[in-house]
Design a protein around this ligand. Sequence first.
Ligand code: MN
Length: 302
Amino acid sequence: MIQVVGHSNPDSDSICSALAAAEWLKVSRGEEAVAVSQGEITGETAFILNEAGVEAPVLCENVEDQKVWLVDFTDLGQGPEGLDKADIMGVIDHHRLGDLTTVNPLEMWIWPVGCSSTILFNLFRMENVKIERSVAVLMLGAIISDTVAFRSPTCTDKDREAAQQLAEEAGISLYDFADRLLRAKTNLDGLTIESLVDRDLKQYAINGANVVVGQVEIASFEQVEDKIEALDAELQARCEQKGFKLASLMLTDITTSTTRLLVKGEWAEKLKSDSDDRWVQMEDTLSRKKQAWPWMQKVLAA
Ligand SMILES: [Mn+2]
């Protein structure tokens, strides 16, 4: 049995593309495959699964000596326990290449597009496999989520094209679905400070040190104004507990494409232009992958 797994603190792409990839392995390759996840799903992902009529994947256990396909990441630090000793058979991803290495040759589909599901859609096409409605909804949801309804600079024509065709095949109004999805994405009701930090937290290695960058997408800064102090304290605590040189959180207003980057830890000062600033103000910044992280990486590595 092949386990298909996305990154830790799974976002909608990690969950939906894992489910769709497991389906693709089954129908196009005749493999036995199952999607697994590395954590609780978000409200947005629950919305997509509900629209698709699909159950959430079961939680992943140690994958040592197991056959796995990875979706949406190639960093060991974002993988499940035992991944360094797993048999990695394939990868479908749209991030920069991480630090994974493999023992055996593998199949690798990494495209610079807005979402892993856009690649998957093309794999279904390439192998002439019919896409079931539920799988189309999963992939469509992932694409809208990752590209923030096509607004992100990571979005390409391939993402728009895939989304349009998937919406058509699933008989869904793209704009109505996107609107409802974004409302689910930016709904923070009932979320604890800890879970806001964790919800999309990614760990990276720089010069032998570990740093983490989270992201919370919101519809207005008013939603987080009274949480900033507590979020800062939580980031500081993470640095102390885990030895991170930097723990940071992007608060991204998706309606104005503006990000406030909260930063804590020894390296926080490297990112601030004035040490009295409460956060790093980033205009025109929606994407961690394409905008925030490349800049942070450059500054932190210097
Ligand atoms: Mn993704």
